[in-house]
Design a protein around this ligand. Structure first.
Ligand SMILES: *Cc1c(COP(=O)(O)O)cnc(C)c1O
Length: 383
């Protein structure tokens, strides 16, 4: 039987083979593996693209979050880390790394529920928490889940009113926009991931911190190389968290295609929207009018407790799907006793039981897409 994966990275490589092979050969020639010329070039290109002053390559999206938060602790608190009484608001419906980064800088995550339409953190619930018990909150980490912008207008207005930093988790939304602004350039800082399956992905781990704040940029560049301007005489508790030259070279080659590929994802999403809109057993992704959604995932909501059954049915028909995410962060052992719940988390709970991401392959063949929608329709005919 024909197998349809979530994403076919080999197909992508073949599409860009000339660019990627040339980029890698160039590294083999110059041999500057640590902070080589490609890292600088990628930083410059990304900064220009996002229209932001600073862009700093780092070793992963997780490290981008940790480094951004560490720099903020140093800048705002004048200490290496936050402490337990410093609260950072985020969503419980995200990849573990978002919440884990808060623990790693020793602050307390406050989980606030999501909006049922977009699956992103609900700004009204952020406001409720700030009004009722917000005096310890230092910042917000909005996550642009599945490639769609959070309501940045409302979030930035709250941040301004309560004097909070905003670290955008842009791991899933490279090239996504809110109105005319690229995501990552709206908050105090943005944290990107170049994990292979992300919209802009390397051949291994990588990430980036972006900011318009000179002091934060300088701190992040120090922290990623052991904590000083001079690695033999350091000021802060640092990391070895550089972006590899080789990854930067691959990313530069792939960066040429990012707008095209995001458009391709949007086309696949439009196809699904048209083909699946008549099914009453599912809810299609909803987009905010101000958001340019880059569909890192195309995620449907399966009603009436049928999610797992649909997933099994599709698997039997050779179609891969994924549940992002099956468990809310607030239910994980690592956060137990270390987090707060900022109100009930009912929508996040419901989402963990109902969401299903189906293949969104930028280079998808039409016949494969038809096969996917046909199988989903067949499932609902007999269910
Ligand atoms: C992938 C991802 C991360 C972490 O990025 P890595 O590069 O894998 O460390 C953080 N947050 C979200 C929302 C992600 O999807």
């Amino acid at each position: 039987m024909k197998q349809i994966p979530m994403l076919d990275l080999r197909r992508e490589y073949e599409y860009m083979k000339g660019d990627i092979d040339t980029a890698i050969s160039r590294c083999l020639e110059h041999q500057q593996w640590i902070l080589g010329p490609e890292v600088k070039e990628l930083e410059k290109k990304v900064a220009q693209y996002l229209k932001i002053r600073h862009s700093i390559g780092v070793s992963s999206g997780t490290d981008a979050l940790v480094l951004a938060l560490r720099a903020l602790a140093i800048k705002i608190k004048g200490r290496e880390y936050f402490n337990e009484t410093d609260e950072i608001i985020t969503t419980p419906f995200t990849f573990t790394a978002t919440g884990d980064a808060i623990l790693r800088v020793r602050a307390t995550p406050v989980f606030v529920d999501i909006d049922a339409q977009t699956y992103n953190i609900d700004p009204n619930k952020i406001r409720d928490y700030l009004v009722s018990s917000g005096d310890r909150v230092v910042g917000i980490i909005p996550v642009h889940l599945y490639g769609q912008s959070c309501d940045m207008e409302k979030i930035m207005a709250l941040a301004q009113k309560y004097n909070l930093f905003v670290v955008e988790d842009v791991a899933q939304a490279f090239g996504g926009r809110w109105q005319n602004h690229y995501l990552g350039s709206i908050g105090t800082t943005g944290a990107f991931s170049f994990f292979p399956s992300k919209n802009l992905g390397g051949f291994g781990d990588g990430g980036m911190v972006v900011t318009n704040d000179d002091e934060i940029a300088e701190l992040v560049s120090m922290l990623l190389k052991h904590g000083g301007k001079d690695k033999y005489n350091v000021d802060h508790i640092g990391y070895n968290a550089r972006l590899d030259t080789l990854q930067a070279a691959v990313l530069l080659a792939k960066f040429k295609y990012i707008e095209e590929f995001n458009e391709r994802r949007r086309k696949v999403a439009q196809f699904y929207n048209r083909q699946l809109s008549s099914l009453s057993g599912i809810r299609l992704p909803q987009t905010l009018p101000n958001a340019y959604h880059v569909y890192h995932q195309y995620t449907i909501r399966v009603l009436n407790g049928k999610r797992d059954e649909l997933q099994r049915y599709l698997k039997e028909n050779g179609i891969s799907t994924m549940v992002y995410y099956p468990l809310s962060l607030s239910k994980m052992k690592v956060f137990k006793d270390k987090m707060k719940e900022g109100g009930d988390l009912k929508e996040a709970e419901r989402a963990t039981a109902e969401v299903l991401s189906i293949p969104i392959e930028p280079l998808a063949k039409e016949e494969d897409l038809f096969l996917i929608v046909k199988s989903i329709r067949e499932f609902f005919k007999s269910n």
